[in-house]
Design a protein around this ligand. Structure first.
Ligand code: WT7
Length: 654
């Protein structure tokens, strides 16, 4: 098959939903003029940067002369915490910044004035431990109020935080600490998860056995459990903070000083330390949060992401705080003590915007609508999704059952590397279609290209490329600028002609109206009998069947067709899988897009801690290879059962 073929766009979705008239009336951004303004992207972003409290103004909006290493707002200085805290503590000191809901039902309310004081105390404490501007601090915590305090305290000093998701192993933590040469680690005694506790401090101790750069470990007492203390190195958070003053002058940082490093996995090799800087990232996170969620002063916003992921960095901490928003932070899982916990939280705090991941929505679907129906969800105005493509059926369920047909859905495409949302509807402007992240936000430009880099006309598919610099773009990969250029820029750029295009690694198609449909990472695109087929589109077809809750599809090597479509299907609660049902589900998929060669029923597809289905593992199982590392799965126990069933299925096919 020729390599420059576009991806065949087969699945068609024709339902459309216009923004509700009342929202159009009340929203600040309610006309598509904003897209015209975004055409002059530098002027557009400059206008949005102005309201933030800079210390020194910029001399240039964008310096792209060192492409692909961007510089935004050159010459300007600021401290991001002044945008997030001081101005709100001065103007609305008693406004709630965070409602914290503990997994066991305990709660805390933190106002902007409380948050500023706590951040200042902790910044003073970190300074006492020797942390200075430019130093790296690793953070390994559960979702408790001290988590955002820790990030902000680093930022107050101009120190660079490197957060490691609290579900990662000691090995992962050690690699990241060593790559960033972190001087201090901030952790807690234990975190809570599904009624159990996780010994975070003990895990951190294991990691620290092979980390030479670390001078101090600050330990927040979440549960009060006895933990090992290494004399001189380990410091109790409460003791450290209680002896500090609640005032700390914010360090003056250049717009391009690094704010954070966040590691993300690549297809091969060690994780990439994505570096984000201060000014552009902050403006990007703040304005997208404001516009995509139509944020109003009285709103109560809840993003369910852990702060350990980029979504939490940008849309639990920096964006919402800089907007002076009131947010909910929830410590635990969605099914503790019962499967209605999220809906109970929405009811309790009268949440207006709810932002979560498709994998969660599919899980809620599987649990059934009785759980949300027990609660008053009438406060909700806007629903968001992020993290992976959402199947049209899950989108419709989200709209009908959670949004009760009333709330626009914003399907927001972006990445750790992009820093903030890139492709998304504006809720009072964009007509939405189930499953589509419709178009680039104002000021953002994206294209779909074939393997030779030629733009693919509407109606076709290919690789998603971003062809214009944006505010929150990753500035480099920590310690590896060459890898930054190679991974993201080499494929579709022509440096000789001054043409730079960022390769996102995602396949996408555009329909006849120019709407974008993200088709997942390009390595999740199958090649069946010379047709490139997105695993996602087959999954969508499978999930359309009334008995199917979730489907994972991979391309399994096949001597005749190149790849064969192998489906792993999870049925809705109470449905029993048998040969007749396999045949029925397969025919339905055949009618919509392509007939899977095999269907294996599973209790639950193997998933990573961030909820992504681990397709590599399913590929290994299907091709009967020895299985690699499964320790990063949330549900390693399902692997054996799936393997057994897949082998049985293979025998049947022979
Ligand atoms: C990858 C980035 C950005 C925060 C969470 C994930 C996929 C993300 C969408 C969406 C389709 C999406 C892409 C992207 N993705 N959002 N709305 N529709 N796909 O961050 O771990 O850096 O992953 O997630 O494949 O490349 P990440």
């Amino acid at each position: 098959m020729a390599d420059n073929r576009a991806i065949d766009a087969l699945y068609e979705e024709n339902r459309k939903f216009a923004p509700p008239p009342a929202l159009v009336k009340s929203a600040k951004t309610n006309s598509d003029e904003i897209y015209t303004k975004g055409g002059d992207f530098q002027a557009f972003w400059e206008e949005r940067a102005r309201p933030l409290p800079w210390k020194t103004p910029w001399s240039r909006v964008l310096d792209w002369s060192g492409a692909p290493f961007a510089k935004w707002f050159t010459g300007a200085t600021l401290n991001v915490t002044e945008s997030c805290l001081d101005r709100h503590a001065a103007q609305t000191p008693t406004k709630v910044a965070y409602y914290f809901e503990g997994e066991e039902g305990d709660s805390r309310t933190i106002t902007y004035s409380d948050l500023l004081e706590e951040v200042n105390r902790f910044a003073n404490g970190l300074a006492e431990l020797g942390v200075q501007k430019g130093d790296r601090v690793a953070i390994y915590m559960g979702m408790i109020p001290e988590f955002p305090v820790a990030l902000l305290a680093c930022a107050r000093l101009g120190a660079i935080h490197s957060i490691v998701f609290g579900g990662f192993s000691p090995e992962a933590l050690a690699d990241r600490i060593n790559d960033a040469k972190a001087k201090v680690v901030i952790t807690c005694d234990q975190s809570r998860r599904k009624g159990q506790t996780v010994d975070l401090k003990a895990l951190a101790d294991t990691a620290l056995e092979r980390c030479d750069s670390v001078e101090h470990v600050v330990v927040v007492a979440r549960t009060g459990a006895e933990v090992n203390r290494v004399p001189k190195r380990d410091v109790d958070y409460e003791q450290l903070v209680s002896r500090q003053k609640p005032i700390r002058a914010a360090a003056e940082c250049s717009s391009e000083d690094p704010l954070l490093i966040l590691y993300t996995s690549g297809t091969t090799g060690k994780p990439k330390g994505i570096v984000h800087t201060s000014g552009g990232y902050l403006v990007g996170a703040t304005t997208t949060h404001q516009e995509v969620f139509d944020l109003k002063p009285e709103d109560v916003y809840w993003c369910t992401a852990d702060i350990g992921w980029i979504t939490g960095h940008s849309y639990v901490v920096y964006g919402p705080l800089a907007n002076g928003a009131t947010s909910v932070i929830y410590e635990g899982v969605a099914d503790y003590p019962d499967k209605d916990r999220f809906w109970a939280i929405i009811e309790k705090y009268r949440v207006t915007q709810f932002y979560t991941a498709p994998t969660s929505i599919r899980t809620f679907m599987k649990w059934g609508k009785a759980y949300p129906e027990e609660h008053d969800l009438s406060s909700l105005r806007i629903l968001g999704t992020v993290g992976e493509p959402i199947n049209p059926e899950a989108w419709m369920w989200y709209r009908d059952v959670i949004g009760q047909g009333r709330c626009p859905i914003v399907d927001t495409w972006w990445q750790t590397e992009t820093g903030h949302m890139m492709i998304s509807p504006l809720p009072a402007v964009t007509e939405t279609k189930p499953g589509s992240a419709p178009k680039p936000l104002p000021g953002i430009s994206a294209d779909i290209v074939d393997d030779d880099g030629n733009s693919v006309p509407f109606g076709g598919g290919g690789c998603l490329a971003l062809d214009q610099p944006w505010l929150g773009m990753a500035r480099t990969i920590s310690n590896d600028p060459n890898r930054f250029v190679e991974t993201y820029w080499a494929r579709f750029s022509s440096p000789g002609e001054g043409r730079w295009r960022y390769f996102a690694g995602d396949g996408a198609k555009r329909d006849a109206n120019g709407y974008f449909w993200l088709l997942r990472r390009v390595d999740d695109v199958m090649n069946v009998s010379g047709h490139r087929i997105s695993t996602l589109e087959v999954e969508s077809a499978l999930v359309d069947h009334p008995t199917v809750a979730e489907a994972a599809v991979i391309g399994r090597a096949n001597p005749i067709t190149g790849q064969a479509t192998a489906a792993f299907v999870t049925l809705k609660a109470g449905v029993k899988g048998n040969e007749t049902l396999i045949a029925e589900v397969r025919e339905q998929a055949a009618g919509k897009i392509a007939r899977p060669a095999s269907i294996v029923f599973t209790e639950d597809p193997p998933k990573t801690r961030s909820g992504k289905i681990m397709r590599r593992l399913l590929r290994d199982i299907s091709e009967q290879r020895k299985l690699g590392d499964v320790t990063t799965l949330t549900n390693a126990d399902v692997v054996q059962e799936i393997t057994k069933r897949a082998q049985l299925q293979a025998k049947l096919e022979e």
